[in-house]
Write a protein that binds this ligand. Structure first.
Ligand code: PAF
Length: 277
């Protein structure tokens, strides 16, 4: 695996790389990321997988964990190389943001100011801006993201579509620990007792998903019960709600593909998860 820290170097590598699948990350890689790399390699006609590691300041709000976000570059490189990544783009901040970024991608507030966006103002603007910049640098044919960040995927897919980017944006199923907890870099913040409690988020999402699959049409009922159950076990939920998969709006008609999404704080760690129904 070749490591490039400059835009010019990764562009030169990309020019020789044929059909490229791209896996953008912020590092601290777990099996979820590595599954994206394997899926990228298997994707039709892909010649080269390019990954990136960049902890993007623009998508962290004030008081969020930008400074303490885990940085594990050596271990990440070993995992990516072993998984078959051809090129890694790992710029520093001066390379990505040589001056404070003045031009941004502002996603549709209907999709970006709800759910995560309501609790993390500006988050998706930061994500969309860095991902468009990474897309412009790497010029991939396909880009892969995890469904754990469901809203991020919807925002990026719509960005690519509405800005006519010649890039197929794909999402892969969330990878989970044996007890159901969605893999996430932020799981590392959990204390041992919190880690034991953490699977309850997925369990409660599963209860809601099951109720809806069994015909419950008043989604507020199972969601309220799940929220109460989380609170009873010391969680501080931000939201737990059933939405339309396509645009994350409140469902209006029966038969629309749905997803149940939640974010909740356990101690000082904020976890998100979702299940497609
Ligand atoms: O999902 C992530 O790790 C980040 O939001 C991304 C897509 C790499 C942009 O910084």
């Amino acid at each position: 695996m070749q490591i490039h820290t400059s835009i010019a170097a990764v562009r030169a590598a990309r020019a020789q790389a044929g059909r490229v699948a791209f896996v953008p990350t912020m590092g601290n890689l777990h099996d979820g990321h590595i599954c994206l790399v394997y899926a990228a390699r298997k994707h039709a006609n892909v010649d080269t997988v390019i990954a990136s590691i960049f902890v993007n300041r623009l998508q962290f709000g004030q008081g969020e964990d930008f400074d303490k976000y885990p940085r594990t570059f050596e271990a990440d490189c070993e995992k990516l190389a072993a998984a078959g990544v051809g090129h890694l783009f790992a710029p520093d901040e001066a390379e990505m943001y040589p001056q404070p970024q003045r031009y941004h991608v502002t996603p549709d507030p209907e999709q970006a100011s709800i759910l995560e966006g309501a609790f993390r103002p500006g988050h998706f603007r930061g994500v969309a801006t860095v991902v468009l910049k990474l897309f412009n640098i790497v010029q991939p044919d396909v880009a892969l993201f995890g469904k754990k960040d469901y809203q991020q995927f919807i925002v990026l897919k719509n960005m690519a579509s509405e800005l006519a980017l010649p890039i197929e944006v794909l999402a892969l199923d969330t990878v989970r620990a044996a007890d159901g907890l969605a893999l996430s870099s932020r799981n590392g913040y959990l204390l041992a007792t919190e880690r034991a409690e953490a699977p309850r988020l997925y369990q409660q999402l599963s209860v809601v998903a099951e109720a809806v699959r069994n015909g419950e049409r008043d989604f507020t009922r199972p969601c309220a019960a799940a929220l109460a159950e989380l609170e009873r076990h010391g969680w501080k939920p931000d939201y737990l709600t059933v939405r339309r998969r396509a645009d994350l709006q409140v469902p209006r008609e029966t038969g629309e593909p749905l997803v149940v999404l939640a974010a909740a704080r356990l101690g000082t760690t904020r976890l998100i998860d979702n299940i497609e129904i």
